[in-house]
Design a protein around this ligand. Structure first.
Ligand code: SF4
Length: 673
């Protein structure tokens, strides 16, 4: 066949195109490399360099994140070009030890939270305060010579509209100068008889004015917020407070023997770390556990608490209960994050209506005889006899002629719990009815559990009768158990459902779970501890646990959580000196300026007096009530009497956030401060 040149070229291009397409097709179909195990072969890794560049760092260091949540997570910061570029958890809690060699276990991982991970963004963020600022109106007040805060002046200097004022920048020297002049002006204004008269005219009750003892410095309220999380810096405010004694000495011309400084505002109690009902139940301040105790819990009841969002690095102990086969019950008004993990959620009306639930469960357990008799008789005070005429416990000395106190000097009350002879003299021994011998028997506070049984004591739970006292009087007595039967009459499940709005079947289900599962733990939070009737709530939570022996074994108990024990604290001791007190209350009249001085050489002397900020949050007044029947009654005792608040200095705490009834504080109370 004759081909023209044109035909030849055309055919050649076509063949080449086919070949090229086939080659391409083959290349696409063929594996790039023969790979048996893709996990071992990763041929193209060049792109990773981008990330290596991004994550490259020049140096790193560790620190402890120590905000108010008290989790104290150890963090590693990575630095590049002098800037912290990222924060990570080092996963090393099992690798470092305390001075005695104790380590935690890796089970504490993971730690940290999203706030901790982004702390450096706050440090470098545009809203970080990097220099002193002063409210414009306050500066003008100072520049005008601190005139009286009459209603007109409160408005002129915006004491009644602080939020609408603006801030001015100061140098540190100017800031110190303004603060010092403000201190002098306020302390002078409220010192001595003229100061007392001024406070009287401002409407403060005499009890508060008397508590001033003539010292204007007593109107200063200082709070080192959550100071155990940074004792030197935060509790430095308490040291400053103590030093105000120097100012008082200068203003009133008194010596160290009469000088008084400011009031130190509390932390633990007012903002809710303290579960107020706990001391009522067991005499200890608060039951506050490490949350790894949840590993042992088989029934976890979470009431008004959000372990998921508020206890971030410890929340895994809670969620792991599911893996360990435990049961979770959440009591809360809203379907909150912990409720999403629960086996069942008991919705309730807000306002601690759950108190009724625990009282109802207690009644159900008693009525259905679903309690641990050995535990109740051996470890609770429910068998003790109470006089119905005085509602006080029957004392052994009241009923046994010539009774001699029987507590042994080498027993746990004196040797372990630190009971003093004076305290024991007030306390005395108690009385129960012995079921086996059918007679009254004395019992000491050491007679619990096996110790009690070794003495042949067999307490009756259900008993009431008349007894003749040593003075010949006859009184009715009954066991605390009998009294609780009366007290709980109102708490049948229908009534409890009506009070709490919780479904009756769920309350009964919980009662049955408490009766049949062990260990049981009940956890509640600071929100609950804030309530005025939190005492009743806390006590009610203990009752079902007392009935079922769910106290004193791992995974059991009723707990709140503050976690302050995680913070470092330098304790006072015979060999170290006053410790913490040497910092917050070193005598300002006798400071030790030797940087090499031993701690024992520091002289501590407190010129301060503690005060509960709750009084500031109560209209800056103590609890005084004009009763219809008894007239004016002062319910605040002398030990707790507040003084008027004229200066507030605080750090690391949000007082307005802690306070109730914020409008009242901003509108009516703080304009006087
Ligand atoms: S939980 Fe978060 S904020 Fe709290 S200490 Fe740990 S990292 Fe810091």
């Amino acid at each position: 066949m004759d081909w023209t040149r044109r035909q030849f070229l055309k055919a050649g291009f076509a063949s080449a195109a086919v070949l090229t397409d086939e080659a391409l097709a083959l290349r696409t179909l063929q594996p790039v490399v023969g790979v048996d195990n893709p996990l071992e072969v990763y041929p193209e890794r060049g792109w990773e360099q981008i990330y290596r560049d991004q994550y490259r760092y020049d140096s790193s260091f560790t620190y402890v994140c120590s905000p108010n949540d008290t989790h104290a997570c150890r963090v590693r910061a990575f630095v590049r070009n002098g800037i912290v570029t990222r924060l990570e958890q080092p996963y090393d809690v099992a690798r470092y030890a305390d001075l005695d060699g104790h380590t935690a276990t890796p089970a504490w991982h993971p730690r940290m939270c999203l706030k901790g991970y982004t702390m450096h963004r706050r440090v470098y963020g545009p809203y970080r305060l990097r220099y002193p600022i002063v409210r414009k109106g306050w500066k003008q007040w100072a520049d005008d010579g601190f005139p009286d805060l009459t209603p007109e002046n409160k408005t002129r200097y915006k004491f009644d509209a602080r939020g609408q004022d603006e801030f001015l920048r100061l140098s540190w020297e100017e800031a110190y100068d303004y603060i010092a002049r403000g201190f002098i002006a306020i302390a002078t204004r409220y010192s001595g008889a003229p100061g007392a008269q001024r406070l009287r005219e401002e409407g403060y009750p005499e009890e508060m004015i008397e508590e001033m003892h003539g010292a204007g410095t007593r109107t200063f309220k200082l709070r080192g917020g959550m100071g155990l999380l940074g004792v030197i810096g935060k509790y430095g405010l308490y040291r400053l407070c103590n030093s105000l004694a120097l100012l008082d000495a200068n203003i009133r011309g008194v010596g160290p023997d009469e000088a008084l400084s400011g009031r130190t505002w509390s932390n633990y109690t007012w903002h809710g770390d303290q579960a107020p009902g706990h001391p009522f139940v067991h005499g200890l301040q608060t039951s506050d556990i490490d949350l790894n105790d949840m590993r042992f819990t088989k029934l976890h009841i979470q009431v008004g608490k959000n372990l998921i969002e508020n206890k971030m690095p410890e929340a895994h102990w809670f969620t792991e209960i599911m893996e360990r086969g435990g049961k979770i019950v959440v009591i809360a008004p809203e379907y909150n994050p912990p409720a999403t993990k629960a086996d069942y959620w008991i919705p309730v009306r807000p306002g601690l209506s759950d108190t009724a639930i625990f009282l109802g469960i207690t009644k159900w357990l008693m009525d259905h005889r679903k309690y641990d008799v050995d535990f109740v008789t051996g470890f609770t005070d429910l068998p003790l006899l109470v006089r119905t005429d005085t509602l006080t416990r029957l004392r052994a000395a009241e009923v046994f002629p010539n009774y001699r106190p029987a507590l042994l000097a080498d027993g746990p009350s004196f040797q372990v719990q630190g009971l003093t002879s004076e305290q024991y003299a007030r306390l005395g021994d108690f009385v129960l009815f012995d079921a086996a011998e059918q007679r009254l028997k004395p019992i000491t506070r050491d007679d619990v559990g096996d110790r009690m049984r070794a003495k042949g004591i067999d307490p009756a739970l259900e008993w009431k009768g008349k007894v003749t006292l040593v003075d010949g009087a006859e009184v009715e007595v009954m066991t605390l158990w009998e009294l609780y039967k009366i007290h709980l009459r109102d708490y049948d499940l229908d009534t409890v459902a009506e009070i709490s709005h919780a479904p009756k079947d769920l309350i009964e289900r919980l009662a049955n779970d408490i009766a049949t599962i062990k260990p049981v733990a009940i956890h509640y939070g600071e929100g609950i501890n804030h309530w005025f009737h939190a005492t009743l709530h806390n006590r009610a939570t203990y009752l079902p646990l007392m009935l079922t022996g769910n106290i004193g074994i791992p995974g059991s108990g009723a707990h709140t959580w503050a976690g302050n024990y995680k913070a470092a604290l330098f304790q006072g001791s015979a060999w170290s000196g006053p410790g913490f007190k040497g910092w917050v209350a070193e005598d300002p009249f006798s400071p030790n300026l030797d940087p090499h001085a031993h701690g024992k050489e520091l002289k501590a002397h407190a010129y301060t007096k503690d005060e509960e900020p709750a009084y500031w949050n109560h209209g800056d007044r103590p609890l005084i009530v004009n009763t219809p029947k008894y007239g004016r009654k002062v319910f605040t005792g002398k030990t707790h009497m507040p003084t008027p608040t004229k200066a507030m200095l605080f750090t690391n705490v949000n007082l307005i956030n802690n306070a109730k009834w914020v409008y009242e504080m901003i509108k009516n109370v703080n304009p006087n401060v």
